[in-house]
Design a protein around this ligand. Structure first.
Ligand code: ZN
Length: 335
């Protein structure tokens, strides 16, 4: 075990006591199991720090970027000017960075929620969790054609923490649970279109779930791996010790699995299993430095308004047409 992991476990022991106090408090009041829509739309005062930013950053070392970007070859190229260049080498326009975005912006960001990208076998449980690979590819191509760009869930959390609008037609694409079909059917489509997405996985994995190598491969390719607890537990129903084990234990497990394949990343995006939210889980996520957590409440994220730890999403159904899919998104100008 690394030194930082040891230190984090020590902090976890303290948090157990902290959450225990909260759970006792929660039991005195209403036994909130699921946060209703109204709470998910809770106003955050403009310019106020998010709960995550406001809480003391207890246990989260600054997350490290997964893939070190190689030095671009432009420096070497520009170092050797062509001898045939006749005009005086005045102000060289070489390798200018991307110009700042000056198009229309928005504070309303749709967050798509997918689970399985596959055709369900006859009699498969929860057929509503499936979207066919063909429908998924058509949806992604339609988004691209309509000028939508993607950011990860973590990047949305950062924009919300900074109260910073994003370019119009910015979207977050999320996959829950970590099924292997996400890697096999969704990842190639996303890569081909230059899209990024967030995959919030059940840390323990399983035979139908993505392997550690598949998770690491996606993180290297710019995807985000998020936390969906260790065992897909209802976090509103757990005692303090089990709550910490499921949330931070899940993150540690994902971190270790990625590290075993050479990727250094700490998940700091969370998805509530089955959408169950509880006050102790909310408090713990804030204490652990999570910047964004996602419910199954239908709706859009509104920067400066939605609580970053209670972000609603748009469920994509395998029964909806492409037109209905596009119609479920907010109307925004092209960037
Ligand atoms: Zn789930």
């Amino acid at each position: 075990m690394t030194r930082s992991a040891t230190a984090r476990l020590a902090v976890l022991a303290l948090l157990v006591g902290f959450v225990g106090g909260l759970a006792g408090w929660a039991m005195l009041g209403e036994r909130a199991v699921t946060v209703p829509t109204a709470i998910a739309e809770t106003l955050v005062p403009s310019g106020a720090a998010s709960p995550a930013a406001a809480g003391p950053a207890v246990a989260s070392p600054s997350p490290t970027v997964a893939s070190p970007s190689p030095v671009p070859p432009s420096a070497a190229a520009s170092a050797a000017p062509s001898p045939a260049a006749s005009p005086a080498p005045s102000a060289s326009p070489a390798a200018s960075p991307a110009p700042p975005y000056r198009g229309p912006t928005t504070r309303t960001v749709p967050v798509l929620m997918y689970h399985r990208i596959a055709d369900p076998a006859p009699g498969a449980p929860y057929p509503g969790l499936y979207v066919s690979p063909a429908a998924f590819a058509a949806q992604m191509q339609a988004l691209r054609a309509a000028g939508w760009r993607t950011i990860t869930a973590g990047e949305l959390g950062a924009a919300m923490a900074a109260n910073r609008p994003v370019p119009a037609r910015t979207i977050v694409i999320m996959f829950d649970d970590g099924y292997a079909d996400n890697y096999l059917a969704a990842f190639p489509v996303l890569r081909r279109l230059g899209f990024r997405a967030t995959f919030s996985v059940v840390a323990r994995g399983g035979s139908t779930m993505m392997t550690s190598l598949q998770l690491a491969t996606m993180e290297r390719a710019g995807m985000e791996i998020g936390n969906h607890t260790l065992d897909h537990k209802n976090v509103a129903s757990l005692g303090p010790a089990e709550l910490v084990r499921q949330i931070e234990g899940g993150a540690l497990r994902i971190e270790a699995r990625l590290a075993s394949k050479g990727v250094i990343a700490t998940p700091r995006t969370f998805v509530y299993p089955s959408g169950h939210v509880g006050p102790a889980a909310l408090a713990l996520l804030g204490q652990l430095g999570y910047t964004d957590a996602f419910t199954e409440v239908p709706g859009f994220a509104v920067i400066g308004r939605t609580s970053p730890l209670l972000i609603p999403r748009v469920r994509v159904s395998r029964f909806e047409s492409l037109a209905a899919f596009l119609g479920s998104l907010p109307v925004q100008p092209r960037p």
